[in-house]
Design a protein around this ligand. Structure first.
Ligand SMILES: [Fe+2]
Ligand SMILES: [Fe+2]
Length: 209
């Protein structure tokens, strides 16, 4: 049996009124705040690079299977943007500055940005980036441990989604599974493509998102 929960409420209330300018960060915060903000800014850069890469792949997805795969790219781009927003909000909550400066974005990010001509190459590139994110986020989760449970929970949420993305991309590399995944997905409305643009070659006519 665990010890009953006890807390020195008088001390907690007194400390809560000290350093009020630190907002959500209290004495109970055990992590190195500056280091956590720095690591979260690397995650933020990673997510933004992933948004940009998926968007490029969405607009440039070529070939006969381009549409269903492009929808997958678009959905991933949207989810990576949600991740970026979550991370930026947490950085601000910790008293940091979400680093959205385009200068050095690529250097801060763990993932790479690569444009590809071929649909399979795009999927492979995205899968590699997801696997990099999965490995790094797992390390960050272990590193945070119990010192910052809120950031750790957020990173666990991101990790679960990146694993889902990787799984979906791996399935897209299998043509038979590709059809099954495409059938499960809600179609994302696209602006009508130029006539004859969907049956082959690179379709440069995708609509705005
Ligand atoms: Fe993400
Ligand atoms: Fe992802």
């Amino acid at each position: 049996m665990r010890e009953p929960f006890r807390a020195d409420m008088e001390a907690i209330r007194r400390r809560a009124r000290e350093k009020m300018d630190q907002g959500a960060v209290t004495e109970a915060y055990k992590a190195d705040r500056v280091q956590v903000i720095d690591v979260l800014n690397q995650v933020l850069a990673t997510e933004i690079v992933c948004v940009l890469r998926y968007k490029n792949h969405y607009f440039m997805a070529p070939g006969v299977h381009g549409d269903s795969v492009a929808n997958e790219f678009l959905q991933h781009a949207t989810e990576e943007q949600q991740h970026a927003d979550l991370v930026a909000r947490r950085i601000a909550q910790l008293g940091g500055n979400p680093d959205l400066n385009p200068d050095g974005l690529h250097t801060r990010a763990h993932a790479e940005y690569r444009e590809c001509e071929d649909l399979e190459e795009m999927i492979r590139e995205d899968l590699a980036a997801e696997r990099v994110a999965i490995a790094t986020y797992s390390e960050i989760i272990r590193w945070l441990g119990d010192d910052d449970p809120t950031s750790r929970r957020m990173m666990e949420e991101l990790l679960a989604k990146e694993e889902e993305h990787a799984d979906e991309l791996a399935m897209l590399l299998e043509p038979s599974k590709r059809r099954a995944v495409a059938a499960q997905k809600q179609p994302v409305p696209l602006v009508a493509a130029p006539s004859g643009g969907m049956s082959g070659g690179v379709n440069r006519g995708r609509g705005n998102t």
